[in-house]
Design a protein around this ligand. Structure first.
Ligand code: NDP
Length: 318
């Protein structure tokens, strides 16, 4: 594994981190979930990313990981970076969504109970809240670090301007913003539109989610929609109709390029997001141990030449 410094902080994160959004819920096979977490850790993936609402049902992924922590990883707590988040809908009523002090504090307490730990390494505000004053939300993140329930804090899905404001506010409170978690892949490039520069200027690390576009940027859908794939599952966030022929035409060309480089498309897609110096870690998901092994093997061949980058741009613009 390669470990990259997270922005201007003292913390290093693995170039690949494992997210538990899918495949760690109550509906999933616990044995596979456990095997994936343990294999990831054995391969040097020290960072596991969660959120209050990951499941289904919401909370189940934290419960699954709490169980694995207890049975297998308890003695490795000091070698693990565990993150959680709150900000999306968690429960009905006025205190289970968005960015108030009331919601964030109670949500983190519930996450810690499910995870069976007394602190998370990183706590995120999961998305901006248009109605709660930013001072309140950032004040909560600062309070959470001071209370010892999180070592660092971050933000996710904030745009460039919101990030600048949040970063300045957190700095003035004495709790720097460690990290931003935006969506970024060959199919989703908002990061390049201003946020990338803000992160560099503010010294904030960056962990990009869905770098494989939920599986589209892999060989998974080249021969149709497999039964065990995310797009085939009723609770999967990738919908069948998002797997279009137009996208697959580009994916096939990218797959040919990856094969010429002697690697899988998943590996090329991960190497591509990691080409940006601002990107600390690519946050992958997986449904099988072999996928994690394949993704980590990317580290042996992650340099992309300027000619290859130009070829990829041409494919993406075709
Ligand atoms: P990816 O884009 O990495 O998609 C993961 C899916 O791709 C897997 O479930 C699998 O599909 C397929 N896959 C993975 N590796 C391979 C491989 N080597 N070869 C072939 N197929 C592969 O990421 P996710 O969309 O899962 O997101 C990752 C994490 O990001 C989440 O778990 C979560 O922690 C975070 N996230 C954060 C959000 C936020 O708002 N902050 C929002 C969304 C995600 P299949 O299951 O079909 O086998």
């Amino acid at each position: 594994m390669i470990y990259n410094r997270c922005g201007k902080s003292g913390l290093k994160l693995p170039a690949l981190s494992l997210g538990l959004w899918h495949n760690f819920g109550e509906v999933d096979d616990f044995k596979t979930a456990r095997a994936m977490a343990l294999r990831a850790f054995d391969l040097g993936i020290t960072h596991f990313d969660l959120a209050n609402n990951y499941g289904p049902p919401p909370g189940a992924a934290e419960e699954t990981f709490g169980k694995i922590l207890c049975s297998d990883l308890a003695s490795h707590r000091d070698d693990l970076i565990i993150s959680s988040k709150a900000g999306y809908f968690m429960r009905p009523g006025p205190y289970g969504d968005l960015g108030s002090r009331k919601y964030l504090i109670s949500s983190l307490d519930a996450s810690l109970r499910r995870l069976r730990i007394d602190y998370v390494d990183i706590f995120y505000h999961h998305r901006p809240d248009p109605d709660t004053p930013l001072e309140e939300t950032m004040g909560v993140l600062d309070q959470i670090v001071r209370s010892g329930k999180a070592l660092y804090v971050g933000i996710s899905n904030y745009d460039a301007m919101q990030t600048r404001q949040a970063a300045r506010m957190l700095k003035s409170l004495g709790t720097p913003c460690l990290i931003h978690q935006p969506k970024y892949s060959m199919m989703e490039r908002h990061l390049e539109g201003g946020l990338q520069q803000v992160l560099r200027e503010e010294g904030i690390g960056c962990i990009v989610f869905s770098p494989l576009a939920q599986g589209l940027l892999t060989d998974r859908y080249l021969r149709g929609i497999p039964k065990d794939s995310r797009a085939a599952k009723p609770h999967g966030f990738l919908k069948r109709e998002q797997v279009t022929n137009e996208k697959l035409a580009r994916v096939r060309k990218l797959n040919d390029l990856a094969q010429r480089r002697g690697q899988t498309l998943a590996q090329l897609a991960l190497a591509w997001v990691l080409r940006l110096p601002e990107v600390t870690s690519a946050l992958i998901g997986a449904s099988k141990v072999a996928q994690i092994e394949d993704s980590v093997a990317m580290l042996k061949n992650k340099a992309i030449s300027p000619e290859e980058l130009r070829e990829m741009e041409a494919i993406l613009n075709s």
